[in-house]
Each structure stands twice: as C-alpha cells, then as structure tokens.
Design a protein around this ligand. Structure first.
Ligand code: F6P
Length: 508
C-alpha cells in the first residue's frame, strides 16, 4: 500500500475523527545555535551581537521512520516530549508547531518535562528497567521506586495533554511503545468514548521474566485500558496472554485474541511493522547507480575491497561488538579475505546519559581498536567506524555501496534496518545477514540467518555472504523485495487503525 492508498482507506473515517499519536520521541527536533558576537569596533557600533540560528533534524529512531510517513499522509496531531534546544522557540502557546518544518502536513504538540521527570521516566523506568526487562540481552533491569513515581507522573501529564487535545471531538488515540504503559487506562477513564490503541515496539518477554517487575500489575492494568494492543509477532502476543493469565484477575479469550478485565475487552494482535520503501529505492538526481557507488567508495577510501555494512543506534541489544568479533574470527579462519574486505560500522549515539550505553560505546571502541591493531596494514583498515548520526540519504548511499548488510541484534522487536537495506537494492545485489532473534527474521526468509551469540557460526555466515554468487544474491533479493513491497508501513497503519475501529464498534 502507498500513502495515497492509505488515505483512500482511512480518509472517510478520519474526516470526522481526530487522529492523535502519542510517542515519547518527537519526529522533528529544533536546535538553536548561538554564535558569539564580534568584539571590537563593529560590536561597539552595535552591528554584530551574538547570532542565533535555528535548524532541525530527524532523530535516529525506527519509530519515527515508521510513523512520520503515516502522519504526513493522514494528518492529525503527534504528542511528544519536546527535547530540542530550539523546541520552545518555534511553538505556539499550547506547545504546537506544524511539521515537517519544510512541508507542513500535521501538528506536533510538545510536552515539556523537567530534568527530574526525564531522568526518572525516560532514562530510569523506560530505559533502565523496561528496556532490559523486555529484551533478552542479559542486562539486568534496575527497578527504582523514584523512577516509577516519575513514570506515573509523566504518563498522567501526557494523558492530560491527550484529553486536552481531544477536546469535544471524536478521536482515535494511537499510543506508541513502552514509555506509556499507564496512559491508555488514564485516558479511557476520562474519555470512554475515545478509541485507544497501542503498539508495543519492543518484544514482550515470557511471564517468568516479566514477573520480576515490581509494578507488573499496574503496567498490565494500564495496557488493558486499550481497545487494541499490538505487538510485532504472535509470539509476543502469546507471552502477553500468559503474563496476564498469571498476574491478574482477567479472562483470556484466546479464540478471539482478547483479554477481558472489569468488563472491558482488549484485543491483542500481531502487526509486523515496516517502512515506506519508495524513498529508499530512489537514487539521488543526476547520477547513475555505478557513479553513485564509485563516489561512496571513494569517499570511504575502501578501494576495491568488498564492503560489509552495519548501521545501528549504539545500543547493547544490537550485537555490534559481536559482529566485529565475528568479522575478526572470519579473518582468522579465512586469511584470503585480509586486505580484500572492509567492515563499515555506523553507530548513532543513543541514551548516552546511561552507564550501560557508555559501556557499549566503549566496548565498540575496544573491539574496533583490537581488530585494526591486529590485522590492519599501511594500505588497509579492516573496520571503519563512524560514531555519528547519519541522515537517510547518506545511509541509503551506504546501503547501495554495500556487498553485505549485517543486522546482528541479540533481541529486537522487528528491526527496520533490514527492510531499509532491501528497499535500497533495486539492483537486486547485496546479501542480508540477519539475526534470528529479530522480529524481521520471521518474514525475511531469504536472508542469511545468524545466531549473534555463536561467534564461529557467525564468522562462517559472513564468509558465505561474501562468497555468494551474483545469481544467488539476486534470487534472494527478489524474494526479500517482494515482501517489503507488499507490506509497507501504510499497510501496517491501515491494519492497526482499521482493526481498532472495527473492534471498538463491535464492543459498543
Ligand atoms: O525500539 C524501540 C524504540 O522506541 C524504537 O521505536 C526507536 O527506534 C528506538 O527505540 C529509539 O529510542 P529513543 O527514542 O530512546 O532514542
């Protein structure tokens, strides 16, 4: 489905119903830069005081990549934490600004958080407790009562903003992710007439793992305020049913994929998320495929070497040190590749305030340093590591230049890098190496499957990927592209929103 097709499907419904998305991360961040004024005669004459300029950026976030095109197509309001240094300067009195800044098509409403709220709700409860609780990456969740209090408080503040935004309208509220487990119930209590649905972008663990959470019952209760709750895959839905079954007084209606608690029915279903493949498949104007790749390779200075590419947020769930170690092992086992292949790793700094994220950044530095020290020569650097956020155009050029793209998450709800790589390869070239612990692996069967925890196996898969004949690459890529083209982010959005509508009508 394309954006216009999505509008054709949802348009009639949305003509009298407001679409409100709630997500912690905002789709556009405004940044303010102040340059000091000139000293001397000119400043004395008042000509050059400090200069302030405003710019904006899109954050590194799968959620934003997925939802921004939907909002552009449907219009509506996106409520998010205003985190940019220039965010307050561009909004109206209610914290609203039209976005995208260069081509406005929907409204962003910013919620301001105090440093204490951000610390407890975002860094603490969301990312130091729920994130490691839901991802099986063997990082222990940290449960702190102070963080929980801020989480409760911020969920209430966002719920109040949603209620204010609904006003006297009919509305459908589409909540995103683990930052807002309590919000659905809070909104539903005040506005039972509103359709509330939520998508949980990360895995849901098995009930045994979830039981260690001290506020598990409140979290489940909050989520059961939804009319519809979506996960990427059926397995996470089953885990959720088991968790409710063991934790709460509720009836599980497995036949209809629903939980009934205090008379309210919440449907729980899988909705595998995707991307809009169209912009990824476009080459920049005035260039050819070959020229584009030549330029990218020249810029990287990789000569004729094969290119293995990875791009991730710097997160311990993404398996970045594991992939560098597997590459090192491959160079050990297959010395013929030395000098003939380069790994390029792009790492976007993320949640840097947390110790665990500082450690993963250090671990990647160490792994890169070790392999380059061990195998590097005057003319060849085995791993090029770019520790910075790259925009979609730059990433697309790197996807096109890559011989192999590696996604080696230890655990991942879906993983959209895999889908972006596929969408970028209109030439049918390139091999996708994909961790079996991603939601994406359930669908993308033609990728080379890998267990990132098994270093020798991983090294062998890298060797297989680098050695794959072109005809085989094309056969696999054709199959992968079919899957990404036939199920886009617009199909995902249409499926979730229509299902929420149908189910709330059935319940009425
Ligand atoms: O995977 C969950 C998720 O919320 C994604 O949707 C998003 O890409 C990522 O985490 C970004 O995290 P943050 O907003 O904390 O930078």
């Amino acid at each position: 489905m394309t954006a216009p097709e999505l509008m054709a499907v949802l348009g009639p419904r949305l003509s009298n119903t407001k679409l409100i998305v709630v997500a912690n991360r905002e789709p556009y961040i405004h940044l303010k830069q102040t340059r000091p004024g000139r000293r001397g005669l000119l400043s004395f004459l008042g000509r050059r005081g400090p200069q302030t300029s405003m710019s904006w950026m899109r954050p590194a976030s799968g959620l934003v990549t997925a939802l921004d095109p939907v909002m552009r197509a449907c219009g509506g309001t996106w409520i998010a934490h205003g985190s940019g240094s220039g965010d307050r300067d561009v909004v109206d009195a209610r914290g609203r600004v039209a976005v995208p800044p260069d081509k406005p098509s929907y409204t962003l409403r910013r919620v301001w958080l105090t440093p204490e709220e951000e610390e407890g709700y975002y860094y603490g409860l969301s990312n130091n407790a729920l994130w490691p609780l839901c991802h099986i990456a063997y990082a222990r969740p940290e449960f702190d009562e102070r963080d929980w209090k801020q989480y409760v408080r911020v969920n209430q503040r966002f719920a109040d903003t949603v209620i204010d935004e609904i006003g006297s309208s009919r509305a459908i509220v589409f909540v995103q992710d683990y930052h807002f487990a309590l919000l659905p119930q809070l909104v539903k209590q005040v506005r039972p007439d509103t359709i509330v649905c939520q998508f949980w972008h990360i895995p849901w663990p098995n009930s045994e793992a979830f039981r260690i959470c001290p506020w598990g019952d409140q979290i489940l209760d909050g989520l059961l305020g939804n009319d519809l709750l979506g996960f990427h895959i059926q397995y996470h839905c089953n885990n959720f049913f088991d968790t409710v079954d063991e934790g709460l007084e509720a009836r599980i209606d497995r036949e209809h994929f629903a939980v009934v608690r205090r008379g309210h029915r919440t449907y729980v279903k899988p909705f595998p998320i995707s991307i809009d493949p169209e912009p990824w498949s476009k080459l920049p104007k005035k260039t050819t495929w070959e020229a584009d790749i030549r330029q990218t390779r020249e810029r990287l200075g990789v000569g004729k070497a094969k290119l293995i590419f990875g791009v991730d947020r710097l997160d311990y769930t993404k398996g970045i040190p594991e992939r560098i170690k597997a590459f090192e092992r491959m160079l050990e086992h297959h010395p013929a590749w030395r000098g003939r292949v380069t790994m390029l790793q792009v790492g976007a700094p993320s949640r840097e305030h947390l110790q665990r994220y500082q450690s993963i950044s250090d671990d990647v530095d160490l792994a890169v340093g070790a392999i380059n020290e061990r195998f590097g020569t005057v003319g060849w650097k085995p791993v090029i590591y770019l520790r910075q956020h790259h925009g979609p155009e730059d990433v697309a050029a790197l996807y096109r230049a890559a011989d192999v793209c590696v996604v080696s998450s230890l655990h991942d709800g879906m993983n959209l890098v895999a889908k972006e790589f596929i969408a970028s390869r209109a030439d049918l070239g390139g091999v996708l190496v994909l961790s079996r612990f991603t939601g994406a692996a359930r669908d993308l069967r033609e990728a080379l499957d890998v267990n990132p925890f098994a270093v020798d196996e991983f090294a062998a898969v890298l060797h297989e990927a680098l050695s794959m004949p072109i005809a085989d690459q094309e056969r696999r890529m054709r199959g992968l592209r079919l899957r990404v083209e036939e199920h886009t982010i617009y199909d995902w959005a249409a499926n979730v929103i229509q299902a929420a509508w149908r189910m709330s009508e059935a319940a009425a």
